[in-house]
Design a protein around this ligand. Structure first.
Ligand code: NAD
Ligand code: TDX
Length: 361
């Protein structure tokens, strides 16, 4: 039975990935989820897995070398899938240091621990051990708004935010391990994900949460920035396919041809909420385009991201499967049905974050 060490599995993509993997492999695999449970980590996301014999949660910080080494010493790990990171661009603009600490140092600790556990005395690695580093298309910088240029695996790195700079640093560390030690790894760079369990500081769940409460819908700048949206299950499938069928030492971009301007997303979320909410739901009267408020732009705001998934399609046969119209409906339905989850994660600290971040803009 293959054993996975998943970092950041209590966050948005990590928890969706773990669910995907158990749906796909059921009892054929074992997953150890290592997460520090920061503000973004939530065990409620994995509540249904608690009684599985082949699932273990360990609360640990990836920058804590001793804890990570202990996990490798006590378990024979076959696969690492490394999601754990500080992930929100706006937070990185206010407080860059924790991004460098977690994203760069944390990745170094993970690489080093895996290398030590998997390396043979002659410098080769035990058979069939693989490390997958989950990264972002933001490392490539910003594309012109021309509808025809794309990010490829060969696009030079040009990160602009402290978040993307720290992710670029972590990617380069992984590359250095592959180049220096022939360490068995892959890197995936992915576009904006959406779906269930996403923390409501990110655009789509923030819009849903605010609209339901009749609060303003903050749109940065002119609302014309473009993001390439990918349904989170499609991403989970892509990660698994890269790890099992990709060529080792290669980078694969995951995403594809679902570009939307932010203001389009805002309008789609409002329209979908109005379509899905029954007339007698008291939240329906709160939802309106009048809530849209253009506010001061994000500093260094990248204009356009867009991935051409040619390599992953050609080599591995992966393509995004979920049409945005279906994915956004599924996502909004999930949030409507999980109001309790939303109230839990938006209580306490989130309120302070929101008040500070959006004050005076
Ligand atoms: P998230 O913020 O929802 O989750 C991050 C998880 O990591 C949380 O559970 C948190 O508790 C955990 N974590 C943070 N610091 C930790 C530490 N020091 N030790 C252990 N655990 C720690 O993030 P996400 O959106 O699920 O993103 C997951 C990964 O995917 C990140 O590496 C991110 O850069 C990358 N990514 C995200 C997107 C996106 O659209 N969300 C797109 C491309 C790539
Ligand atoms: O209130 C808002 N208003 C607004 O106009 C928020 C939160 C965002 N925006 C804009 C900024 C972006 O152009 O919406 C777009 C999406 O913003 P985010 O959800 O913060 O995502 P983004 O900055 O694009 O980064 C996301 O995708 C790539 C993830 O957070 C990263 O972890 C991932 O690497």
């Amino acid at each position: 039975m293959r054993t996975y060490l998943v970092t950041g599995g209590a966050g948005f993509i990590g928890s969706n990935y773990i669910h995907y993997m158990f749906r796909k492999y059921d009892n054929e695999i074992r997953i150890i989820n290592v997460d520090a449970l920061t503000y973004a980590g939530n065990l409620e996301n994995l509540e249904d897995l608690r009684n599985r014999d082949n699932y273990t949660f360990i609360k640990a910080d990836i920058t804590d070398k001793a804890s990570i080494e202990k996990i490798f010493a006590e378990n024979d790990i076959d696969r690492v899938v490394h999601f754990a990171a500080e992930s929100h661009v706006d937070r990185s603009i206010r407080d860059p240091e924790v991004f460098v600490h977690t994203n760069v140092l944390g990745t170094a600790v993970m690489l080093n621990a895996a290398k030590a556990a998997w390396e043979n005395p002659d410098g080769t690695f035990k058979e069939d051990r693989k490390f997958l580093h989950v990264s972002t298309d933001e490392v490539y910088g910003s594309l012109p708004d021309d509808g025809k240029s794309y990010f490829y695996e060969t696009t030079p790195y040009s990160p602009h935010s402290p978040y993307s700079a720290s992710k670029a640093g972590s990617d380069l560390l992984v590359r250095s391990y592959m180049d220096t030690y022939h360490f068995p790894a892959n890197i995936t760079n992915t576009s904006n994900n959406y779906g269930p369990y996403q923390f409501p500081e990110k655009l789509i769940p923030l819009l849903i949460n605010n609209a339901l409460a009749g609060r303003e819908l903050p749109v940065y700048g002119d609302g014309m920035n473009i993001r390439d949206w990918l349904y989170v299950d499609d991403h989970a499938k892509g990660i698994d396919m890269v790890q099992e069928h990709g060529r080792l030492f290669e980078t694969y971009n995951i995403g594809g041809h679902n570009e939307k301007r932010n203001i389009e997303i805002v309008n789609i979320v409002i329209e979908t909420l109005l379509e899905l909410l029954p007339d007698d739901d008291p939240r329906k009267k709160n939802v309106s385009k009048d809530l849209i408020k253009y506010i001061e732009d994000r500093k260094g705001h990248d204009r356009r991201y867009a991935i051409a998934p040619d390599k992953i399609k050609k080599e591995i046969g992966w393509e995004p499967e979920t049409m945005f119209a279906d994915g956004i409906k599924k996502t909004i339905k999930w949030y409507l049905e999980h109001q309790e989850w939303l109230s839990h994660v938006t209580s306490g600290d989130y309120q302070n974050y929101y008040d500070t971040m959006y004050k005076d803009r």
